[in-house]
Design a protein around this ligand. Sequence first.
Ligand code: PGA
Length: 250
Amino acid sequence: MRKPIIAGNWKMNKNAAECRELVKELLPKVKDAKCDVVICVPFTDIALAAELTKGSNVKVGAQNIAWADSGAFTGEISAAMLKEAGAEYVIIGHSERRAYFGETDKSVNARLVQAIKCGFKPIVCVGETLDEREGGKTETVCKTQVVGAFDGIDAGAAKDVVIAYEPVWAIGTGKTATDEQANETIGYIRSVVEELYGKTVADAIRIQYGGSMNAKNAAGLMAQPEIDGGLIGGASLKAEDFSIVVAAAK
Ligand code: PGA
C-alpha cells in the first residue's frame, strides 16, 4: 500500500505575511489528514513555513535545489541552505523550470542526485506538452524524462522519490486530464520504473498527478488506482481548497 502524498506548489506566490496567514488557516484543516501533506513554498518563505508548521503534520519543501554543494552559481540555493532553512522536500524539474529556465533532463538528473545525496525527499516532475500528446508522443516523452532524471540512481534511493506526472497542457489552464487519462499515463510511468528497477520499486514508488487538480476533481482522480496523490498549484493557495484536496487522499 502506497501512502498518498498531496503537495502544494505555491510557485512564485505569497510573501511572509501571506505565508503566515495561509499556514495558520491550513494547519487545523488538515491535521487529521490520512496522507502526507507538503507545502513547497518560495525560498524566502521556507524558514517561516518551517517554524509555523513545527510539530504539525505539514512538511515544507523547496521548488528547486542546486546540483553543487557551494560556489559560483549565481541565483542558486544549495542543499545545505535549504536544509538549514527547514526544507525536507524539494520539487525538481517542474515544467515551468524546463520551459522558462532551460532545465533539461541532464540538469534535472544532477539536481536529483544532489537532493538524494543530501537527504531530501524529491518530487520529480515529468509530463508532455499539448503538441506532444496530440502527436501521440506522451509515452515517449514521459519515458525519456523518467529515464533521464533517474540516470545513475540506485533502486534503494529511487523507491523513495516521488514522481509528479504533470501534463503541461493541464497546468494552470483549468483543463484537467480526465481521471482515466491521468491513471493510464501514470500506470505507464510505473511500467517504466519497473523496467528500470523491477516490480518491488515500481509497486512502492509514489506517482502524483498534477495539473489543475482542485477541490472539485480531486476525489475522482484520487479514486484511480495508479494515482498516489497530487501536486497542486493554484488550489494550494487557498486553505479551504487545499484542505479539500488533502481530504480526498485517503
Ligand atoms: P496547477 O499547477 O494546479 O495550478 O495547474 C500544478 C503545478 O504546476 O504543479
